[in-house]
Design a protein around this ligand. Structure first.
Ligand SMILES: *[C@@H]1O[C@H](CO)[C@@H](O)[C@H](O)[C@H]1NC(C)=O
Length: 1000
């Protein structure tokens, strides 16, 4: 029987012995895989050895027969379908293919692996449904399918597993409901179903029958309804995670029956009512409790706080009353987050005395009284966040020795007195915020010791005296806000050493003297606000060399002399030189009516602005006007030429279509396909066109199996030589073959519920086709700006906003390297049958790699009119921040129902229109009248997020991850409820001033 096969090997390896049968099966496994790293290199017959037992990843039984019992191919970087032939190895107990690129579906044949006890296929690319026959494996104890693309239901047959102890299906695309039958797997110790798009359903009470359960993860499973009482029966449970769902009702008092539980995560649900007052003392093992972002009320039970907790997160609920003193007794407590509640009274006075407190955030409460002096008693406190309370008294002297501190925010309280000298000098502190208190005294010279300080915000206090020279020693200082104090004297000359400084805001103090020489060395300065002081002397011409200066306010001082012509070099969003003693001419660029407010109140100033100084003529500006005109004419010529070329290329393509030789097409697919490229090619009729964008035409193709796909035909990509000299031309996207494949491949691998899936890509030299999933409700832009916009009520719009934000956040934060979309707009947000939104069209996206030299040939336009971030005008670079700006515009569109550019706004775009209209006419004029006013509060909050995203300064725009978080928070305090079901985000620390200012 085995003779034939042996011959084959004998031919290849003339003097080798024959492999045994199991070895030959394993060689078939090897042949079935792509193995770029050579994992299988030693899977070969070796001299004097007919068994595979020495091969990498193979283990044989020790006892006589030497059968293969384990095959471990984890992290081998191999690709290909699941090797069913493994099941021929009759003694095989263990298979791990963890973290490879196993693709295709998992066939029901796997039930032939009769001895299998451990099957780990986590972190692969498997698709299709989970075979129900898995439960026929009589010995299976461990099944891990985490991180694949499995869809469909969890088979009800899973209830029949005779020995299963661990079931992990985390992070797949499983829908349907969680089957109650799972409650029959009485052997189960771990049940991990987190992060799947289940349809809304309750936690089956039968789960409470799994009395051997130690770990239960149902995070992000779209759960609704109450936490069943029965869960309290899980007395062996160690880890319970029900976070990020839409659970309602109270915490059942039976839950305190979890006598072995160490960790409970219930954050981000809609749980209500008071916590059970008693029973907690039974949970002696509880160390980590996170019930943040719910709607809990009442006070926090003493009994809970008398446990030996390590981490207690109660933030963003409606808890009130005094916080239990007894928590000070916990010798484990290191993480206490209470922010965003209504706690009042003083903090426990011994807090920190017995505990290794490391992170404390009690911001946004009604706490009062003194700050406990013991907070840093154990010397490990790193974050102390107490903003927006009514704390009073002084900063305890003991804090001056708290050298572990990294982030300190005491802003918006009633704290007074001098700051302890040592407190200025904390070596690890990067953020020190004391704003909006009643601090007095000077900034200590000791501040020289704060070598890590990057943000110093002491605005709105009663600090006085001169700034110490030592300020200039803070090499890492990025922001210094000291406005609205009583500082005096001149700025220390050392201040020009602050090479990292981006913001210097000292407005409204009593500073005098001139601006320091060498101010041009503040190369990163973005914002300079010295308004309302008594500065005098000339404005140095070198200010024009601060190339990234964006905001300049020197108003209300005694500056004299001429306005430096160098200011013309800057791209200023804000320029205010009013109320000084400046004289002479206004630099021509600024001699325009729109800048008039920048120069008012300078009696000696003459320029060509009507109303500022009459009687001057404009001849001096003729040169500029001529120059501008030439530029416009030139631009026009380029444009016309470009359009002509474009037309020509397009025609060419259309003509060549008839002669497409199908055999020349190459197909690259990223998912299991149920169609062929020929089926698609055959269906590209002009009748099927559903859209046409800058990068190509889009067709709807209904396949023979009834499914629809969207096919995008990209323009361009003609052969070099013909009109190759116009390659990288100025019009729209030119499909660069170079890297195109690699780029598309990256995009094909992206899988996220809020990103339109790219099924495959077919290409010839002449054109490229991208085949996407079809989205029946078309684009958000089309729908929102059509007569059908009434379909989009506020809850739908809100959901679309969150969905799209999650999609973008995924591109920015979860893809390595990060992906910048480059053309975020409402027309690139597509809607599925339920108005779920997905981000589409990476036609312009480009993988941003770390070593991007910044300016590479950007032959593509970055973005669409009305969505382009202002900094693009001068940096010609796009990054995540420009996507965030564009996304902000989409938010404004959703809130106002208006187009991003509209003749109605005059010269303004939507962003400017919203800002000015809000100021002048109020909110009601801005909001889309089609929206139900009962949602006004939420709409307004979402609008604020939109405004943050469209901040003129990129640095002020929140990251997409923060945007998602802010949006979710808005949803979590209102009844419409569309929670996120995505990846577990790092807990959100609500401690950033911009959040408080604009969203809270
Ligand atoms: C699976 O991956 C292999 C190797 O990369 C590839 O050749 C094959 O086409 C893929 N199969 C599917 C169904 O995507």
């Amino acid at each position: 029987m085995s003779r034939c096969l042996c011959c084959v090997f004998l031919l290849l390896v003339p003097f080798a012995v024959c492999l045994n049968q199991e070895g030959r099966y394993l060689q078939r496994v090897k042949l079935g895989f792509d193995d770029p790293d050579g994992f299988f290199s030693d899977w070969d017959v070796a001299a004097n050895n007919d068994s595979p037992c020495q091969w990498t990843g193979v283990t044989c039984s020790e006892s006589g027969n030497g059968f293969v019992i384990a095959v471990d191919l984890s992290n081998a970087n191999v690709a290909g379908p699941f090797p069913s032939v493994l099941c021929r190895l009759t003694g095989l107990k263990f298979i791990s293919l963890y973290n490879n690129s196993i693709n295709g579906t998992l066939s029901g044949d796997i039930s032939a692996c009769r001895s299998l006890a451990h099957l780990n296929l986590a972190q692969n690319l498997l698709t299709g449904t989970i075979p129900h026959s898995l439960s026929e494996l009589p010995e299976l104890k461990f099944l891990d399918l985490t991180g694949n693309n499995f869809s469909g239901n969890i088979p009800a047959s899973f209830g029949l597993f005779p020995k299963l102890e661990e079931l992990s299906l985390v992070d797949n695309l499983i829908d349907g409901k969680i089957p109650a039958e799972l409650g029959n797997i009485s052997t189960l110790k771990q049940l991990n179903l987190s992060y799947n798009p289940f349809s809304p359903g309750q936690i089956p009470p039968e789960i409470g029958n799994l009395t051997n359960l130690e770990v239960l993860w149902l995070t992000g499973c779209n759960l609704i309804g109450p936490i069943p009482d029965s869960l309290g029966r899980l007395s062996k449970l160690v880890d319970l995670d029900l976070a990020i769902n839409q659970l309602t009702g109270r915490v059942p008092s039976s839950l305190t029956g979890l006598s072995n539980v160490v960790q409970i995560e219930l954050y981000n649900n809609s749980l209500t009512g008071e916590l059970p007052a008693v029973g907690w003392s039974k949970m002696t093992s509880l160390r980590l409790l996170d019930i943040s972002m719910n709607l809990f009320t009442g006070s926090v039970p003493d009994e809970l706080c008398s446990l030996q907790l390590e981490s207690l997160h109660l933030y963003e609920n409606e808890f009130g009353g005094k916080f239990p003193e007894i928590i000070s007794n916990s010798s484990n407590l290191n993480d206490l987050k209470l922010f965003g509640n209504r706690f009042s009274g003083s903090l426990p006075k011994d807090l920190g005395k017995n505990s290794p407190l490391t992170w404390v955030d009690v911001s946004n409460n009604l706490f009062s009284g003194e700050i406990p002096a013991t907070l840093c008693e154990n010397g490990v406190l790193e974050e102390l966040l107490m903003i927006h309370n009514s704390f009073s008294g002084e900063i305890p002297a003991s804090f001056g020795k708290c050298r572990s501190l990294k982030r300190v925010r005491l802003g918006f309280n009633k704290i007074s007195g001098d700051v302890p000298a040592g407190f200025w000098a904390l070596p690890e502190v990067s953020l020190l915020e004391l704003a909006e208190n009643s601090f007095t005294g000077v900034i200590g010279k000791t501040i020289a010791g704060a070598g890590n300080l990057s943000t110093l915000n002491i605005a709105n206090n009663k600090f006085s005296g001169e700034l110490p020279d030592e300020i200039g020693f803070l090499d890492n200082l990025i922001e210094f806000s000291g406005s609205n104090n009583r500082f005096s004297g001149s700025l220390p000359a050392t201040i020009v050493n602050l090479e990292q400084l981006t913001k210097l805001d000292l407005h409204n103090n009593g500073f005098s003297g001139g601006l320091p020489a060498g101010i041009d060395s503040l190369k990163k300065l973005n914002e300079l606000n010295l308004a309302t002081n008594q500065f005098s002397g000339d404005i140095p011409d070198k200010i024009g060399q601060l190339s990234v200066l964006n905001y300049l306010d020197l108003s209300g001082n005694r500056f004299s002399g001429k306005i430096p012509v160098g200011l013309q070099n800057l791209r200023l969003n804000q320029l205010n030189l009013s109320s000084n003693s400046l004289s002479g001419d206004i630099p021509p660029v600024y001699a325009k009516k729109i800048y008039i407010n920048s120069f008012l109140g300078n009696p000696g100033l003459c320029g060509d602005i009507e109303g500022l100084c009459d009687g001057k003529n404009v001849t001096r500006n003729m040169g500029y006007i001529w120059l501008l005109r030439s530029i416009f004419v030139l631009a026009g010529v380029v444009f016309i030429f470009g359009v002509g070329w474009f037309y020509f290329r397009y025609k060419n393509f259309e003509n060549s279509k008839q002669t497409i030789d199908k055999s020349k097409w190459t197909l690259m697919s990223f998912h299991k396909l149920s169609f062929s490229e020929y089926e698609i090619l055959g269906a590209l009729d002009e009748d099927n066109v559903i859209g046409s964008g800058s990068s190509g035409k889009v067709y709807k193709v209904v396949l023979s199996n009834g499914d629809a796909v969207a096919v995008k035909k990209l323009w361009g990509g003609s052969k070099k030589g013909e009109d190759g000299d116009l390659e990288n031309g100025s019009v729209s996207v030119s499909v660069r073959d170079n890297g195109f494949e690699a780029e598309v491949e990256t995009l094909g691998k992206i899988r996220h519920k809020n990103i339109v899936r790219l099924w495959c890509c077919c290409s010839t030299k002449i054109c490229k086709l991208l085949v996407y999933e079809y989205m029946p409700n078309g684009s958000l832009g089309d729908l929102l700006h059509s007569s059908k916009s009434g379909l989009l009520d506020w809850p739908t719009r809100y959901k679309i906003t969150v969905d799209a934000a999650e999609g973008l956040a995924y591109l920015h934060h979860d893809c390595v390297p990060a992906i910048v979309h480059r053309d975020v707009k409402s027309n690139n947000i597509l809607l599925d049958g339920d108005f779920g939104a997905r981000v589409a069209d990476f036609g312009l996206a480009k993988v941003v790699d770390g070593n991007d030299k910044g300016g590479k040939s950007m032959s593509v336009i970055a973005g669409s009119c009305g969505y382009i971030a202002p900094e693009y005008a001068y940096t010609l670079r796009v990054n995540e921040k420009s996507d965030i700006y564009s996304f902000g515009v989409v938010i404004l569109e959703l809130v106002t129902g208006k187009l991003p550019v509209d003749p109605e706004f005059g010269e303004k775009d939507l962003v400017k229109w919203v800002c000015t209209t809000l100021d002048q006419k109020g909110l009601d004029v801005v909001l889309d009248p089609k929206l139900d006013s009962c949602f006004k509060e939420e709409i307004c909050k979402v609008l604020n997020v939109g405004l943050l995203c469209t901040s003129p300064l990129p640095i002020n725009r929140p990251s997409m991850r923060r945007v998602v978080k802010m949006l979710q928070e808005i949803g979590s305090v209102n009844p419409m409820k569309f929670g996120s079901k995505d990846g577990k985000l790092t807990p959100y620390y609500y401690d950033d001033a911009s959040d408080h200012g604009s969203v809270a």
